[in-house]
Design a protein around this ligand. Structure first.
Ligand code: NAG
Ligand code: NAG
Ligand code: NAG
Ligand code: NAG
Ligand code: NAG
Ligand code: NAG
Length: 213
């Protein structure tokens, strides 16, 4: 796995001390307006597609995180435990488990991937600016975003068709816009590290709820 060039320099460790956590913005997202759109929203194999997308995201999350770390250079590559502590980001709570109702699971999934989609947008924008030659990392970020958006559209269809849910409350993390290089890199690594944990949990909970291939 290559990064296509060196990082943009070492940021003083002291910067850590200046970090502050800001509250997370929350708002209700209209999935499809005030009702589910008519026929043609769902493909016949939507459950199978959803299964595959979650399994694919779970299978590629760790590599994405590792490559991300490598491409940020020092101190990130050697101090990941300290710098990328996921308690520094507020993910949507994922409180469902195998015994939860399927509807609850689907809503929790939607909230998780809506958050992830927004976070990936920030991470990708920052990496395009900070590590423009890290082609493989950028490819992986683009692929992950594409899969996430396909997954969201499939979840939207399942929620509408099966449960008549067309509105879900979502929260997005903080925007990284206007932050310094160190903080942008750190926010990305915190999100991606937490993502590795949460996607494994999501796969464990969701996959048994969808019919096997
Ligand atoms: C599983 O989730 C449901 C809510 O979806 C909750 O009531 C129950 O206590 C949870 N069970 C465990 C073992 O965490
Ligand atoms: C995903 O995030 C982008 C911003 O990066 C946003 O424009 C888009 O509407 C989001 N898609 C969904 C399905 O939430
Ligand atoms: C960055 O994150 C914020 C908050 O999560 C979100 O509203 C915004 O759409 C994201 N920006 C991009 C380019 O994805
Ligand atoms: C990204 O997706 C394309 C097409 O789906 C695939 O050919 C490529 O290998 C993927 N790249 C990575 C790094 O996953
Ligand atoms: C579901 O996922 C597949 C595969 O990514 C995608 O082609 C499709 O547009 C998605 N949405 C729906 C509603 O089927
Ligand atoms: C998720 O990915 C991890 C790491 O690759 C793997 O060990 C685990 O079995 C996967 N979980 C599911 C439910 O596929």
């Amino acid at each position: 796995m290559g990064c296509g060039g060196e990082g943009t320099g070492v940021v003083p460790f002291v910067a850590l001390l200046l970090l502050q956590r800001r509250p997370v913005a929350g708002r209700a997202l209209l999935v499809t307006g005030s009702s589910c759109p008519g026929h043609g929203l769902c493909r016949s194999n939507v459950q199978e597609q959803t299964r595959r997308q979650v399994a694919l995201l779970n299978a590629t999350a760790q590599d994405l995180f590792s490559l991300y770390l490598k491409c940020q250079g020092e101190p990130f590559s050697s101090e990941a435990d300290k710098l990328c502590n996921p308690s520094g980001v507020v993910f949507p709570p994922f409180r469902v488990n195998r015994t939860s109702e399927r509807k609850e699971v689907m809503v929790a999934m939607y909230q998780l991937f809506a958050f992830l989609n927004a976070s990936l947008g920030n991470i990708t924008r920052d990496q395009e600016e900070l590590n423009p030659t890290a082609k493989e990392l950028l490819d992986r970020l683009h692929n992950t975003t594409k899969t996430t958006r396909g997954l969201i559209s499939n979840l939207t269809c399942l929620l509408c068709k099966n449960y008549n849910i067309f509105q879900v409350d979502v929260s997005y993390g903080e925007s990284s816009k206007g932050k310094g290089t160190f903080r942008k890199k750190q926010q990305g690594c915190q999100v991606l590290r937490k993502y590795v944990q949460v996607i494994a949990q999501a796969a464990r909970v969701l996959l048994p709820h969808l019919s096997p291939p």
